[in-house]
Ligand binder design. Structure first.
Ligand code: FDM
Length: 212
């Protein structure tokens, strides 16, 4: 398929919804169809801010002001902004495992954190062409194999994050909800269909910036 610019596709969802597995499969399927695609994920732990973030997530005794860690997650995206723009402008699509919306969701549910404040550092980043929200009922989410050991990997936090994601899905024009309860292959096919149709639709339209 020949396209102008690449598409920015973001996959969001709670832990255990299968995001990471699906992102990898999507990149492979798109490349197999000659749609040049790369995988990215946030937080990108390979950068300087990513190392700090990874330390914060792994070491629950690490105390860091909630606004400071929020800005670090955002800075981690800004660090990758120019590279993303260049790849997209050169016709490479990106499948991104978490983006600004995870940033806003995980921070804004904390005590004394204001949603509007959390949105601001994200303004101006590249707006995804499509955000696919992988949803699971609480029941299915709780029956999937256990959480890891990092900060935020607990049921209460995941339930609250799920609500913020749903609010985005209800209000943002670029969101689509995908039920993640099926088999890996069935969910993959649903996601792939949405992405291919979006890539066909965007053609050479200019990249847009996030605004809230
Ligand atoms: N997370 C992720 C945030 O709190 N803010 C962000 O901006 C992003 C991108 O980091 F609990 C949280 C979500 C998750 C944790 O993410 C690590 P991965 O996908 O499990 O590595």
């Amino acid at each position: 398929m020949s396209i102008g610019r690449g598409a920015l596709i973001v996959i969001e969802g709670v832990d255990r919804s299968g995001k990471t597995t699906q992102c990898r499969k999507l990149v492979k399927s798109l490349n197999d169809r000659n749609i040049r695609t790369e995988l990215m994920n946030f937080p990108d732990r390979s950068t300087l801010t990513g190392e700090l973030i990874s330390h914060y997530l792994k070491d629950k005794t690490c105390t860091l002001n909630d606004k400071a860690i929020h800005l670090l997650f955002s800075a981690n995206r800004w660090e990758n902004h120019d590279k993303m723009k260049e790849l997209l402008e050169n016709g490479c699509s990106l499948i991104v495992d978490r983006y600004s919306y995870s940033g806003v969701a995980f921070s804004s549910i904390k005590k004394n954190m204001d949603l509007r404040w959390c949105l601001q550092p994200e303004v101006g980043l590249i707006k995804p062409d499509l955000v696919l929200l992988m949803t699971l009922s609480d029941e299915v989410m709780l029956n999937r194999p256990g959480f890891g050991n990092e900060r935020y990997e607990n049921v209460e936090m995941q339930k609250s994050v799920k609500e913020v994601f749903q609010t985005f899905a209800d209000n943002e024009d670029n969101w689509k909800v995908i039920n993640a309860a099926g088999t890996i292959e069935a969910v993959h096919q649903k996601l792939l269909r949405e992405i291919i149709s979006k890539i066909e639709e965007i053609g050479d339209s200019p990249l847009e910036k996030l605004e809230f």
